[in-house]
Design a protein around this ligand. Structure first.
Ligand code: SF4
Length: 451
Protein backbone atom coordinates (compact mmCIF):
# COMPACT_ATOMS: atom_id res chain seq x y z
CA UNK A 1 0.00 0.00 0.00
CA UNK A 2 1.32 3.47 -0.90
CA UNK A 3 1.31 5.62 2.18
CA UNK A 4 3.81 8.41 1.52
CA UNK A 5 2.45 11.94 1.20
CA UNK A 6 3.93 15.17 -0.04
CA UNK A 7 3.73 16.55 3.48
CA UNK A 8 5.74 13.81 5.17
CA UNK A 9 8.47 12.87 2.71
CA UNK A 10 11.23 15.18 1.59
CA UNK A 11 11.99 14.61 -2.05
CA UNK A 12 15.46 15.65 -3.14
CA UNK A 13 16.91 16.29 -6.58
CA UNK A 14 19.71 13.85 -5.77
CA UNK A 15 17.26 11.02 -5.15
CA UNK A 16 15.34 11.87 -8.32
CA UNK A 17 18.57 11.60 -10.31
CA UNK A 18 19.54 8.28 -8.73
CA UNK A 19 16.09 6.92 -9.52
CA UNK A 20 16.36 8.14 -13.13
CA UNK A 21 19.71 6.36 -13.36
CA UNK A 22 18.18 3.16 -11.97
CA UNK A 23 15.45 3.35 -14.60
CA UNK A 24 17.92 4.07 -17.39
CA UNK A 25 20.94 1.99 -16.45
CA UNK A 26 19.49 -0.77 -14.29
CA UNK A 27 21.52 -2.40 -11.53
CA UNK A 28 23.72 -5.40 -10.99
CA UNK A 29 22.13 -7.33 -8.21
CA UNK A 30 23.20 -9.70 -5.49
CA UNK A 31 19.98 -11.35 -4.51
CA UNK A 32 19.42 -14.58 -2.67
CA UNK A 33 16.62 -16.93 -3.61
CA UNK A 34 15.01 -16.28 -0.23
CA UNK A 35 15.01 -12.47 -0.62
CA UNK A 36 13.35 -12.57 -4.02
CA UNK A 37 12.71 -15.78 -5.97
CA UNK A 38 11.74 -13.69 -9.02
CA UNK A 39 14.90 -11.56 -9.08
CA UNK A 40 17.02 -14.59 -8.37
CA UNK A 41 15.46 -16.45 -11.30
CA UNK A 42 15.88 -13.45 -13.59
CA UNK A 43 19.50 -12.88 -12.49
CA UNK A 44 20.33 -16.55 -13.05
CA UNK A 45 18.68 -16.57 -16.47
CA UNK A 46 16.14 -19.13 -15.32
CA UNK A 47 13.36 -17.81 -17.51
CA UNK A 48 12.82 -21.11 -19.32
CA UNK A 49 9.30 -20.49 -20.44
CA UNK A 50 10.05 -21.49 -24.03
CA UNK A 51 10.95 -24.98 -22.89
CA UNK A 52 7.45 -25.66 -21.64
CA UNK A 53 5.38 -28.12 -23.61
CA UNK A 54 2.28 -26.28 -24.76
CA UNK A 55 -0.24 -28.34 -26.74
CA UNK A 56 -0.53 -27.52 -30.40
CA UNK A 57 -4.20 -26.58 -29.93
CA UNK A 58 -5.72 -25.22 -26.71
CA UNK A 59 -8.86 -27.00 -25.51
CA UNK A 60 -11.40 -24.23 -24.94
CA UNK A 61 -14.00 -26.83 -23.96
CA UNK A 62 -11.87 -27.33 -20.90
CA UNK A 63 -11.12 -23.83 -19.53
CA UNK A 64 -9.49 -25.31 -16.42
CA UNK A 65 -6.79 -26.88 -18.60
CA UNK A 66 -5.93 -23.45 -20.01
CA UNK A 67 -5.69 -21.92 -16.55
CA UNK A 68 -3.41 -24.78 -15.52
CA UNK A 69 -1.15 -23.95 -18.47
CA UNK A 70 -0.95 -20.32 -17.35
CA UNK A 71 0.05 -21.56 -13.89
CA UNK A 72 2.87 -23.57 -15.48
CA UNK A 73 4.10 -20.53 -17.44
CA UNK A 74 3.95 -18.39 -14.31
CA UNK A 75 6.38 -20.67 -12.52
CA UNK A 76 9.23 -19.52 -14.71
CA UNK A 77 8.16 -16.44 -16.65
CA UNK A 78 9.56 -13.26 -15.07
CA UNK A 79 9.40 -11.18 -18.25
CA UNK A 80 6.59 -8.85 -17.21
CA UNK A 81 7.13 -8.67 -13.47
CA UNK A 82 6.38 -5.18 -12.17
CA UNK A 83 6.63 -5.98 -8.49
CA UNK A 84 10.33 -5.52 -8.04
CA UNK A 85 11.09 -2.12 -6.60
CA UNK A 86 12.82 -0.34 -3.75
CA UNK A 87 11.45 2.56 -1.76
CA UNK A 88 14.14 5.10 -0.93
CA UNK A 89 14.66 5.98 2.72
CA UNK A 90 13.93 9.63 3.38
CA UNK A 91 12.33 10.67 0.11
CA UNK A 92 10.01 7.68 -0.29
CA UNK A 93 10.69 7.53 -4.04
CA UNK A 94 9.89 4.16 -5.56
CA UNK A 95 12.40 2.88 -8.11
CA UNK A 96 12.13 -0.25 -10.25
CA UNK A 97 14.76 -2.95 -10.12
CA UNK A 98 15.85 -3.60 -13.69
CA UNK A 99 18.66 -6.10 -13.84
CA UNK A 100 21.65 -5.19 -15.99
CA UNK A 101 24.86 -7.06 -15.44
CA UNK A 102 26.80 -4.25 -17.17
CA UNK A 103 25.52 -1.47 -14.89
CA UNK A 104 27.98 0.47 -12.75
CA UNK A 105 25.45 0.47 -9.92
CA UNK A 106 25.16 -2.54 -7.69
CA UNK A 107 22.14 -3.41 -5.59
CA UNK A 108 22.47 -5.37 -2.35
CA UNK A 109 19.39 -6.77 -0.71
CA UNK A 110 19.26 -8.23 2.75
CA UNK A 111 15.85 -9.09 4.12
CA UNK A 112 13.85 -5.90 3.59
CA UNK A 113 16.87 -3.62 3.33
CA UNK A 114 18.30 -2.46 0.03
CA UNK A 115 21.44 -0.44 -0.74
CA UNK A 116 22.67 0.80 -4.09
CA UNK A 117 26.44 1.16 -4.45
CA UNK A 118 28.72 2.65 -7.05
CA UNK A 119 32.50 2.19 -6.88
CA UNK A 120 32.13 1.08 -3.28
CA UNK A 121 30.15 4.17 -2.19
CA UNK A 122 26.54 3.98 -1.10
CA UNK A 123 24.30 6.02 -3.40
CA UNK A 124 21.02 5.33 -1.64
CA UNK A 125 19.43 3.00 0.87
CA UNK A 126 15.85 1.88 0.96
CA UNK A 127 13.32 -0.80 1.63
CA UNK A 128 12.90 -3.78 -0.61
CA UNK A 129 9.32 -4.91 -0.86
CA UNK A 130 9.53 -8.66 -0.46
CA UNK A 131 7.31 -10.99 -2.38
CA UNK A 132 3.81 -10.93 -0.95
CA UNK A 133 3.43 -14.27 0.77
CA UNK A 134 -0.23 -14.33 -0.13
CA UNK A 135 0.70 -14.77 -3.81
CA UNK A 136 1.18 -18.43 -2.90
CA UNK A 137 -2.31 -18.74 -1.41
CA UNK A 138 -4.57 -21.00 -3.39
CA UNK A 139 -7.58 -20.41 -5.59
CA UNK A 140 -10.53 -22.76 -5.20
CA UNK A 141 -9.03 -24.92 -7.98
CA UNK A 142 -5.84 -25.37 -5.95
CA UNK A 143 -3.59 -23.20 -8.17
CA UNK A 144 -1.63 -20.24 -6.73
CA UNK A 145 -3.49 -16.95 -6.96
CA UNK A 146 -0.58 -15.43 -8.92
CA UNK A 147 -1.82 -17.53 -11.89
CA UNK A 148 -4.62 -15.05 -12.57
CA UNK A 149 -2.85 -11.79 -11.60
CA UNK A 150 -0.83 -10.88 -14.71
CA UNK A 151 1.69 -8.06 -14.27
CA UNK A 152 0.36 -7.10 -10.84
CA UNK A 153 2.22 -4.72 -8.56
CA UNK A 154 1.74 -3.05 -5.19
CA UNK A 155 -0.38 -0.38 -6.87
CA UNK A 156 -2.16 -2.19 -9.73
CA UNK A 157 -3.98 -5.43 -10.32
CA UNK A 158 -4.95 -6.03 -13.92
CA UNK A 159 -8.37 -7.58 -14.25
CA UNK A 160 -8.30 -8.66 -17.86
CA UNK A 161 -11.12 -9.34 -20.29
CA UNK A 162 -8.89 -10.93 -22.90
CA UNK A 163 -5.88 -13.22 -22.47
CA UNK A 164 -4.01 -12.34 -25.62
CA UNK A 165 -3.43 -9.40 -27.94
CA UNK A 166 -4.63 -9.64 -31.52
CA UNK A 167 -2.12 -6.95 -32.50
CA UNK A 168 0.82 -8.81 -30.97
CA UNK A 169 -0.28 -12.11 -32.48
CA UNK A 170 -0.49 -10.60 -35.97
CA UNK A 171 2.92 -8.96 -35.69
CA UNK A 172 1.39 -5.52 -35.30
CA UNK A 173 1.87 -5.19 -31.55
CA UNK A 174 3.20 -2.03 -29.95
CA UNK A 175 6.91 -2.37 -30.53
CA UNK A 176 7.95 -2.18 -26.86
CA UNK A 177 5.21 -4.45 -25.47
CA UNK A 178 5.62 -8.03 -24.26
CA UNK A 179 2.53 -8.31 -22.07
CA UNK A 180 1.06 -11.15 -24.09
CA UNK A 181 4.24 -12.69 -25.45
CA UNK A 182 3.87 -15.87 -23.38
CA UNK A 183 3.45 -19.12 -25.36
CA UNK A 184 -0.22 -19.62 -24.37
CA UNK A 185 -1.43 -16.13 -25.32
CA UNK A 186 0.31 -16.53 -28.66
CA UNK A 187 -2.09 -19.42 -29.36
CA UNK A 188 -5.27 -17.54 -28.44
CA UNK A 189 -6.87 -15.58 -31.24
CA UNK A 190 -10.46 -15.61 -29.93
CA UNK A 191 -11.05 -16.24 -26.25
CA UNK A 192 -14.57 -17.68 -25.82
CA UNK A 193 -16.71 -15.84 -23.29
CA UNK A 194 -17.25 -19.07 -21.35
CA UNK A 195 -13.51 -19.40 -20.81
CA UNK A 196 -13.37 -15.75 -19.74
CA UNK A 197 -16.16 -16.42 -17.26
CA UNK A 198 -14.11 -19.13 -15.57
CA UNK A 199 -10.98 -16.98 -15.59
CA UNK A 200 -12.95 -14.01 -14.17
CA UNK A 201 -14.28 -16.11 -11.31
CA UNK A 202 -10.72 -17.01 -10.25
CA UNK A 203 -9.59 -13.43 -10.86
CA UNK A 204 -12.25 -12.26 -8.39
CA UNK A 205 -11.11 -14.83 -5.84
CA UNK A 206 -7.52 -13.65 -6.23
CA UNK A 207 -8.38 -9.97 -5.74
CA UNK A 208 -10.38 -10.87 -2.63
CA UNK A 209 -7.36 -12.68 -1.17
CA UNK A 210 -5.13 -9.71 -2.03
CA UNK A 211 -7.49 -7.28 -0.32
CA UNK A 212 -7.93 -9.53 2.71
CA UNK A 213 -4.14 -9.42 3.02
CA UNK A 214 -3.98 -5.63 2.97
CA UNK A 215 -3.37 -4.87 -0.72
CA UNK A 216 -4.73 -1.43 -1.56
CA UNK A 217 -4.34 -0.19 -5.09
CA UNK A 218 -6.21 0.36 -8.33
CA UNK A 219 -7.90 -2.24 -10.46
CA UNK A 220 -7.07 -1.80 -14.13
CA UNK A 221 -9.68 -3.34 -16.40
CA UNK A 222 -7.46 -4.23 -19.31
CA UNK A 223 -6.31 -6.92 -21.70
CA UNK A 224 -4.83 -7.19 -25.15
CA UNK A 225 -6.61 -6.05 -28.31
CA UNK A 226 -9.67 -8.11 -29.22
CA UNK A 227 -10.06 -9.67 -32.64
CA UNK A 228 -12.35 -7.54 -34.88
CA UNK A 229 -15.09 -10.19 -34.65
CA UNK A 230 -15.12 -9.85 -30.85
CA UNK A 231 -14.96 -6.07 -30.54
CA UNK A 232 -18.76 -5.79 -30.53
CA UNK A 233 -19.00 -7.89 -27.39
CA UNK A 234 -16.55 -5.87 -25.32
CA UNK A 235 -19.30 -4.50 -23.01
CA UNK A 236 -20.45 -8.02 -22.25
CA UNK A 237 -16.87 -8.95 -21.41
CA UNK A 238 -16.55 -5.91 -19.18
CA UNK A 239 -19.73 -6.96 -17.42
CA UNK A 240 -18.38 -10.51 -16.92
CA UNK A 241 -15.18 -9.37 -15.21
CA UNK A 242 -16.78 -6.59 -13.15
CA UNK A 243 -19.66 -8.72 -11.88
CA UNK A 244 -17.28 -11.56 -10.95
CA UNK A 245 -15.15 -9.04 -9.09
CA UNK A 246 -18.15 -7.61 -7.28
CA UNK A 247 -19.44 -11.08 -6.33
CA UNK A 248 -16.02 -11.94 -4.90
CA UNK A 249 -15.19 -8.80 -2.91
CA UNK A 250 -18.71 -7.66 -1.95
CA UNK A 251 -20.59 -4.48 -2.79
CA UNK A 252 -18.88 -2.17 -0.33
CA UNK A 253 -15.28 -2.97 -1.24
CA UNK A 254 -16.20 -3.02 -4.91
CA UNK A 255 -17.56 0.51 -4.63
CA UNK A 256 -14.44 1.77 -2.85
CA UNK A 257 -11.90 0.20 -5.21
CA UNK A 258 -10.60 2.64 -7.86
CA UNK A 259 -11.36 0.94 -11.18
CA UNK A 260 -9.60 2.18 -14.28
CA UNK A 261 -10.90 1.25 -17.73
CA UNK A 262 -7.62 0.66 -19.58
CA UNK A 263 -8.44 -0.48 -23.09
CA UNK A 264 -9.46 0.90 -26.51
CA UNK A 265 -11.87 3.82 -26.78
CA UNK A 266 -15.39 2.66 -27.64
CA UNK A 267 -17.06 3.17 -31.03
CA UNK A 268 -19.74 5.16 -29.26
CA UNK A 269 -18.30 7.49 -26.64
CA UNK A 270 -21.59 7.56 -24.73
CA UNK A 271 -20.76 3.98 -23.60
CA UNK A 272 -18.65 5.74 -20.98
CA UNK A 273 -21.81 6.57 -19.06
CA UNK A 274 -22.60 2.85 -19.00
CA UNK A 275 -19.11 2.15 -17.65
CA UNK A 276 -19.68 4.65 -14.90
CA UNK A 277 -22.87 2.88 -13.89
CA UNK A 278 -20.93 -0.38 -13.88
CA UNK A 279 -18.46 1.03 -11.36
CA UNK A 280 -15.60 2.40 -13.48
CA UNK A 281 -14.05 5.48 -11.83
CA UNK A 282 -11.29 6.47 -14.29
CA UNK A 283 -10.36 5.94 -17.93
CA UNK A 284 -6.91 5.32 -19.29
CA UNK A 285 -6.87 5.41 -23.08
CA UNK A 286 -3.16 4.95 -23.62
CA UNK A 287 -1.76 7.22 -26.32
CA UNK A 288 1.66 5.48 -26.09
CA UNK A 289 3.25 8.44 -27.93
CA UNK A 290 2.12 12.00 -28.58
CA UNK A 291 2.94 12.24 -32.26
CA UNK A 292 0.61 10.77 -34.95
CA UNK A 293 3.37 9.52 -37.24
CA UNK A 294 5.23 7.82 -34.38
CA UNK A 295 1.95 6.28 -33.24
CA UNK A 296 1.46 4.65 -36.64
CA UNK A 297 5.05 3.37 -36.68
CA UNK A 298 5.27 2.21 -33.06
CA UNK A 299 1.74 0.91 -32.54
CA UNK A 300 0.77 -0.38 -36.01
CA UNK A 301 -2.13 -2.52 -34.78
CA UNK A 302 -3.66 0.19 -32.62
CA UNK A 303 -3.23 2.77 -35.40
CA UNK A 304 -4.92 0.46 -37.95
CA UNK A 305 -7.96 0.35 -35.66
CA UNK A 306 -8.17 4.06 -34.75
CA UNK A 307 -5.88 7.03 -35.33
CA UNK A 308 -4.28 8.82 -32.40
CA UNK A 309 -6.72 11.71 -32.82
CA UNK A 310 -9.58 9.31 -31.94
CA UNK A 311 -7.89 8.36 -28.67
CA UNK A 312 -7.45 12.04 -27.87
CA UNK A 313 -11.12 12.81 -28.56
CA UNK A 314 -12.11 9.90 -26.32
CA UNK A 315 -9.96 11.35 -23.53
CA UNK A 316 -11.69 14.71 -23.91
CA UNK A 317 -15.09 13.04 -23.69
CA UNK A 318 -13.92 11.17 -20.58
CA UNK A 319 -13.13 14.49 -18.86
CA UNK A 320 -16.87 15.23 -19.11
CA UNK A 321 -17.87 11.85 -17.75
CA UNK A 322 -15.19 10.93 -15.20
CA UNK A 323 -13.70 14.33 -14.48
CA UNK A 324 -10.24 15.72 -15.22
CA UNK A 325 -6.80 14.54 -14.04
CA UNK A 326 -7.42 11.61 -11.67
CA UNK A 327 -10.55 10.71 -13.66
CA UNK A 328 -8.88 10.78 -17.09
CA UNK A 329 -5.36 9.46 -17.42
CA UNK A 330 -3.42 7.75 -20.23
CA UNK A 331 0.00 6.13 -20.45
CA UNK A 332 2.71 7.33 -22.80
CA UNK A 333 6.09 5.73 -23.30
CA UNK A 334 9.01 8.13 -22.82
CA UNK A 335 12.14 7.77 -24.86
CA UNK A 336 10.93 6.51 -28.25
CA UNK A 337 9.80 9.80 -29.78
CA UNK A 338 11.64 13.14 -29.72
CA UNK A 339 11.47 15.12 -26.49
CA UNK A 340 9.80 18.02 -28.30
CA UNK A 341 6.71 16.06 -29.38
CA UNK A 342 6.48 14.38 -25.98
CA UNK A 343 6.54 17.60 -23.93
CA UNK A 344 4.35 19.55 -26.36
CA UNK A 345 1.86 16.70 -26.34
CA UNK A 346 1.93 16.57 -22.54
CA UNK A 347 1.28 20.31 -22.32
CA UNK A 348 -1.64 20.12 -24.74
CA UNK A 349 -3.24 17.18 -22.92
CA UNK A 350 -2.87 18.55 -19.38
CA UNK A 351 -4.23 21.91 -20.57
CA UNK A 352 -7.44 19.98 -21.37
CA UNK A 353 -7.57 18.22 -18.00
CA UNK A 354 -6.11 14.91 -19.19
CA UNK A 355 -3.23 13.52 -17.18
CA UNK A 356 -0.70 11.57 -19.27
CA UNK A 357 1.32 9.04 -17.25
CA UNK A 358 4.76 8.87 -18.84
CA UNK A 359 6.53 5.55 -18.34
CA UNK A 360 10.14 5.34 -19.40
CA UNK A 361 10.83 2.92 -22.24
CA UNK A 362 12.45 -0.27 -21.08
CA UNK A 363 13.60 -3.09 -23.32
CA UNK A 364 11.43 -6.12 -22.64
CA UNK A 365 12.09 -9.69 -23.74
CA UNK A 366 9.74 -10.88 -26.45
CA UNK A 367 8.95 -7.38 -27.73
CA UNK A 368 9.98 -6.06 -31.15
CA UNK A 369 12.23 -3.49 -29.43
CA UNK A 370 13.99 -6.04 -27.24
CA UNK A 371 17.60 -4.91 -26.85
CA UNK A 372 16.89 -1.25 -27.69
CA UNK A 373 18.41 1.26 -25.30
CA UNK A 374 16.35 3.32 -22.87
CA UNK A 375 16.92 7.10 -22.70
CA UNK A 376 19.67 8.41 -20.44
CA UNK A 377 18.98 9.68 -16.92
CA UNK A 378 19.74 13.24 -18.10
CA UNK A 379 17.16 12.92 -20.90
CA UNK A 380 14.56 11.54 -18.49
CA UNK A 381 15.16 14.39 -16.03
CA UNK A 382 15.07 17.13 -18.66
CA UNK A 383 11.82 15.84 -20.22
CA UNK A 384 10.25 15.34 -16.78
CA UNK A 385 11.15 18.87 -15.67
CA UNK A 386 9.54 20.28 -18.81
CA UNK A 387 6.38 18.22 -18.26
CA UNK A 388 6.33 19.26 -14.59
CA UNK A 389 6.42 22.90 -15.79
CA UNK A 390 3.26 22.21 -17.81
CA UNK A 391 1.64 20.38 -14.93
CA UNK A 392 2.21 23.27 -12.51
CA UNK A 393 1.04 25.77 -15.14
CA UNK A 394 -2.29 24.06 -15.81
CA UNK A 395 -3.18 21.98 -12.79
CA UNK A 396 -4.76 24.62 -10.61
CA UNK A 397 -7.51 25.34 -13.06
CA UNK A 398 -8.62 21.71 -12.75
CA UNK A 399 -8.64 21.49 -9.00
CA UNK A 400 -11.99 23.10 -8.38
CA UNK A 401 -14.00 20.99 -10.84
CA UNK A 402 -12.35 17.90 -9.45
CA UNK A 403 -13.22 18.82 -5.89
CA UNK A 404 -16.84 19.02 -6.99
CA UNK A 405 -16.53 15.56 -8.51
CA UNK A 406 -15.00 14.33 -5.28
CA UNK A 407 -18.43 14.68 -3.71
CA UNK A 408 -19.60 12.12 -6.24
CA UNK A 409 -17.12 9.60 -4.93
CA UNK A 410 -14.12 10.27 -7.18
CA UNK A 411 -10.55 10.84 -6.01
CA UNK A 412 -9.62 14.37 -4.96
CA UNK A 413 -6.70 16.29 -6.32
CA UNK A 414 -5.35 16.62 -2.80
CA UNK A 415 -4.18 13.04 -3.36
CA UNK A 416 -1.53 14.30 -5.78
CA UNK A 417 1.90 13.16 -4.76
CA UNK A 418 4.81 11.24 -6.08
CA UNK A 419 3.78 7.82 -4.89
CA UNK A 420 0.07 7.89 -5.47
CA UNK A 421 -0.26 7.34 -9.18
CA UNK A 422 -0.10 3.79 -10.44
CA UNK A 423 3.21 2.77 -11.97
CA UNK A 424 5.03 5.83 -10.65
CA UNK A 425 8.07 3.66 -10.01
CA UNK A 426 8.53 3.63 -13.82
CA UNK A 427 8.62 7.43 -14.14
CA UNK A 428 10.18 10.40 -12.34
CA UNK A 429 7.65 13.02 -13.44
CA UNK A 430 5.55 12.68 -10.30
CA UNK A 431 8.64 12.83 -8.12
CA UNK A 432 9.58 16.12 -9.78
CA UNK A 433 6.01 17.34 -9.22
CA UNK A 434 6.21 16.15 -5.60
CA UNK A 435 9.47 18.09 -5.20
CA UNK A 436 7.78 21.25 -6.48
CA UNK A 437 4.66 20.74 -4.38
CA UNK A 438 6.82 20.22 -1.29
CA UNK A 439 8.40 23.61 -1.94
CA UNK A 440 5.11 25.28 -2.72
CA UNK A 441 3.24 23.84 0.24
CA UNK A 442 6.00 24.35 2.80
CA UNK A 443 4.32 21.87 5.16
CA UNK A 444 0.76 23.06 4.48
CA UNK A 445 -1.95 20.93 2.92
CA UNK A 446 -2.95 21.59 -0.66
CA UNK A 447 -6.46 22.48 0.51
CA UNK A 448 -5.00 25.26 2.71
CA UNK A 449 -3.40 27.12 -0.18
CA UNK A 450 -6.50 26.63 -2.31
CA UNK A 451 -8.92 28.16 0.14
S1 SF4 B 1 0.19 -2.23 -25.61
FE1 SF4 B 1 -0.17 -2.80 -27.79
S2 SF4 B 1 0.82 -4.82 -28.04
FE2 SF4 B 1 0.61 -4.45 -25.84
S3 SF4 B 1 -1.30 -5.43 -25.27
FE3 SF4 B 1 -1.80 -3.29 -25.72
S4 SF4 B 1 -2.33 -3.26 -27.92
FE4 SF4 B 1 -1.31 -5.21 -27.50
Amino acid sequence: MVTETVEKKIITKEDIFIKARMISEGVRAQVSKEASPELYKAAMGENKVDELKIPEKLDFNNPESIIELFAEVNKTDTSSDFRQEIIFNGSGLRAPIYLNKHSRMELHIQDNNASVFEDGDILVTGTFSKRFEWLDEKLSNGLPISTVLPSMSASIINVVFSLSCMNYNTNRGCRYCNLFSNPISKKISMLPKETLRVWAKYQGEAVKIAIDNGWRGSIAISGGALAPAQRGEYLERLEIVLSSLKDAVGDEIFRKLPKVYNHCPPEDFSDMYKWKEMGITTTSFDLEVMDDAYFAAICPGKAAHKPLSYYKKAQEYSVEVFGPVSGTIGCVVMGIEPMTTLVEGFDERISKGILPLPLVFHSTPGSAYEGFRPPTAEWIIEASEKMADSFMKHIFKWIKPRRVNTKEGGKGLSNLSSGRFPTTHLSVLFDEIGFRLNKLLGGRKLSEIMS
